[in-house]
Design a protein around this ligand. Structure first.
Ligand SMILES: [Mn+2]
Length: 354
């Protein structure tokens, strides 16, 4: 197993690469979507949370991530002595109609295929994605974690409809007509995922890029009146079996799995790591279950992280572990301190297990 760090778009620079290296990381997972652009409430310095209006404005639909851009970022990361393991999340600008089954869906499949080919050519092994209409929405912020550290949680269901022009908790069309996005049915949502895998997975197979699916955060049957795909542990199995392939895998989020009301996180870790389905793993601890839970420090929640690591070791997982979100530590650099704390814990735990 290898230790990695996830970096947001605004953190893709030499200082953050050195910070990861200094914390003992060998790998990075990077975000190319800017979650903080033109947002009234969502500010960099923490994980994106935002309000009813979402995180911010999606990217430019005409600008796909180019091979040159990806190769340059990878070269910079390699020069800092690190490997680039994955890109996390497609830009809503590039796939809004794939999620919404809109008129640009076929054209956007071609764009996603182009992006996957660029990843393959640049030697980036994993593309993490979150096939979700409402995205990571409906969470609240507060001093929920140990020592009154600021963290994120959920305080009841959130089904306020989503305005037109929005998907995946970001705005992709500022000039959309008034009104709300009609609710899909769960069957329609699964069909949309199947269409996506049918279109993109063959290209991922050719390009040598693994598609890794994040579960729905928060794991509720609906958010903003829209159905969710993977909100119980066994729904990951449904996703895998929808289109079996070594390139159809999971961005395995421990915190989200622990928030689910059915099953338990250790059985899920065992079941999916035994099948060799883990692309990479998000380490995050949490107290409680959806729709009432709070994110916590890695050593201070419902999940026994050492037990998780023992299961991963038993099943010979060799991929990358990264901290997911962490509570903000009270100091001049709350995000950095939170990540350094989680990474120190993970590194010690990995060394203890040999
Ligand atoms: Mn996660």
């Amino acid at each position: 197993m290898k230790l990695g760090l996830g970096l947001y778009r605004h953190q893709l620079d030499g200082d953050h690469f050195r910070f990861a290296k200094q914390c003992g990381c060998t790998h990075l997972v990077i975000h190319l979507v800017d979650y903080f652009r033109s947002s009234r409430s969502n500010q960099p310095g923490d994980q994106p949370v935002g309000d009813d209006a979402g995180w911010g404005l999606a990217g430019d639909p005409e600008k796909l991530w180019t091979f040159e851009e990806l190769a340059a970022i990878k070269a910079q990361i390699n020069a800092a002595g690190l490997e680039l393991e994955a890109i996390e999340n497609f830009d809503p600008a590039h796939w809004h109609d794939v999620l919404l089954d809109g008129p640009k869906k076929r054209a956007q499949f071609e764009d996603l295929k182009t992006i996957i080919r660029h990843l393959g050519r640049a030697g980036i092994p994993i593309m993490g994605y979150n096939f979700s209409i409402a995205g990571v929405a409906g969470r609240v912020k507060g001093h929920f974690a140990r020592g009154d550290a600021e963290a994120v949680g959920m305080d009841g269901p959130f089904d306020k409809p989503m305005p037109n022009g929005m998907v995946w908790n970001m705005v992709y069309d500022r000039n959309a007509p008034p009104g709300v996005v009609p609710s899909a049915t769960p069957e329609e949502l699964w069909q949309r995922l199947k269409d996506f895998l049918d279109a993109v997975l063959p290209v991922a197979e050719e390009a040598g890029v693994t598609l890794a699916a994040h579960p729905d955060d928060p794991p509720m049957p609906t958010i903003r009146g829209q159905p969710r795909l993977v909100y119980q542990p066994q729904l990951y199995q449904k996703l895998i079996e929808l289109r079996p392939s070594p390139r159809n895998a999971l961005e395995f989020c421990l915190g989200t799995l622990a928030e689910m009301t059915e099953g338990n996180v250790y059985d899920a870790v065992d079941a999916y790591s035994r099948q060799g389905k883990l692309g990479y793993v998000h380490f995050r601890n949490v107290r409680g279950k959806a729709p009432f839970y709070k994110e916590s420090f890695i050593d201070d929640g419902d999940i026994d992280m050492l037990r998780v690591l023992r299961i991963l070791k038993k099943n010979r997982f060799t991929g990358v572990l990264i901290p997911d979100h962490a509570p903000q530590l009270t100091c001049a650099a709350p995000w950095h301190a939170g990540m350094a704390y989680a990474l120190g814990f993970l590194r010690a735990a990995m060394q203890a297990l040999g």
